[in-house]
Design a protein around this ligand. Structure first.
Ligand code: NAD
Length: 353
């Protein structure tokens, strides 16, 4: 066994069905009693239901969370939280609501509990992405780690199949890049492999039978593990490309991950044989990149950046940005490689090295 460093998690995780009903218990366990519930406008009803469950421990709801955590929303939330004399934050939703919870927690020191409703995995990571006007910054800050995450599969049943599929592939991308991470460790590798197996087994069921609670539960389990990977080890080229594309062209977050992943896997394949073997096993595919591309097709998720609204004329500038402050990657990336990956992803072509 080679030497390694493993960073443990401090977040308490509760997983199951109906677990949202113990949210009051979890707030009390942190010594708190005045929780502000955070959500996007689209999930205000789910936030209201959580408020109702909290009863006297609810100090109000702020339902203005938005994609990429805009600073002007955070400032409004900070005023609301202060006015309510809140002592903790409960975010209900996907990466947008949880991102707002992290941004407020960072600036107030208030403990943060999440009830995740997508597979994006932000709840398990110390990563905070924020936007100020056009500018997006992403930081790894240990102090934004959540205290408690309550996974309740019942909250994910309303996630429409197309969004669930894209979100599941976003989770899959965290697991894939954890397998070949520069600071990978044995536990992260095991979690990533198990995440791949859970997601590839259960996502088709979520799409084909949206009410299948077993499939929803298996996918959420995979998403937890993928999020834990994201929160434990560093990501590589795939995440850098998605970050660049999201920032430059305001492309939808989860779908961008879904499109790009097979192309980065094809590129990295020669330099990450152990990771490729594990991906191939999960997908029962001889070639992991082709297996992922076919899996994406089976889930009915868009397979080209063109469909997501990226202009073809943006490929060259995006390739330049990918090379600026490049993330570590198992295979060195040059301009030709970045352009090739982006061009194939833009067209939705089959992945090749
Ligand atoms: P999201 O939170 O923006 O949700 C997308 C839409 O789906 C929203 O309108 C939301 O209200 C709705 N929705 C979510 N769950 C639902 C459900 N169960 N039923 C019905 N509607 C539901 O999407 P996301 O993909 O989870 O998060 C994307 C954001 O999170 C991006 O800003 C991304 O940068 C960030 N993110 C951050 C990290 C991190 O570690 N910091 C990780 C992943 C994503």
């Amino acid at each position: 066994m080679d030497g390694f460093v493993h960073q443990g998690q401090i977040t308490k995780v509760v997983f199951g069905s109906g677990t949202r009903l113990r949210i009051g218990q979890e707030v009390a366990a942190l010594g708190c009693g005045r929780a502000v519930v955070l959500s996007t406008p689209g999930q205000a009803a789910q936030a209201a239901a959580v408020q109702e469950t909290l009863g006297g421990m609810a100090a109000g709801a702020f339902a203005e969370a938005a994609m990429h955590t805009p600073l002007h929303v955070t400032r409004r939330a900070l005023r609301f939280v202060a006015a309510q004399q809140s002592d903790c934050l409960v975010s209900v939703g996907g990466g947008s609501a949880i991102g707002l919870g992290k941004a407020v927690s960072l600036r107030t020191g208030l403990p943060h509990i999440a009830l995740p409703t997508t597979y994006a995995g932000s709840e398990m990571s110390p990563i905070l992405g924020e936007t100020d006007g056009e500018r997006k910054t992403t930081r790894r800050l240990p102090e934004v780690r959540l205290r408690t995450v309550v996974y309740d599969v019942d909250l994910t049943v309303t996630l429409p199949p197309a969004m669930a599929a894209a979100s599941g592939l976003n989770a899959l991308a965290h697991a894939v890049e954890a397998l070949y991470s520069q600071d990978g460790d044995p536990l992260a590798f095991l979690m990533a492999g198990e995440a791949l197996t859970a997601l590839t087994t259960h996502l088709p069921g979520v799409v084909e039978r949206p009410d299948d609670i077993g499939a929803r539960s298996g996918a959420l389990y995979g998403a937890w593990l993928s999020g834990a990977c994201l929160g434990t080890v560093g990501m590589a080229l795939h995440h850098k490309i998605c970050h660049v594309l999201g920032g430059m062209f305001a492309l939808p977050h989860a779908e961008t991950h879904a499109v790009v992943l097979p192309h980065v896997v094809a590129f990295n394949a020669p330099s990450a044989p152990r990771a490729m073997a594990r991906i191939g096993t999960a997908l029962s595919a001889a070639d992991p990149a082709t297996g992922l591309y076919e899996f994406t097709g089976r889930l009915g998720v868009p397979r080209s950046l063109r469909e997501l609204g990226m202009p073809e004329s943006g490929i060259a500038a995006a390739a330049d940005r990918v090379l600026e402050n490049a993330y570590w990657n198992p295979r060195p990336v040059d301009r030709r490689a970045a352009t090739g990956i982006l061009t194939r992803a833009w067209r939705g072509a089959a992945p090749t090295e």
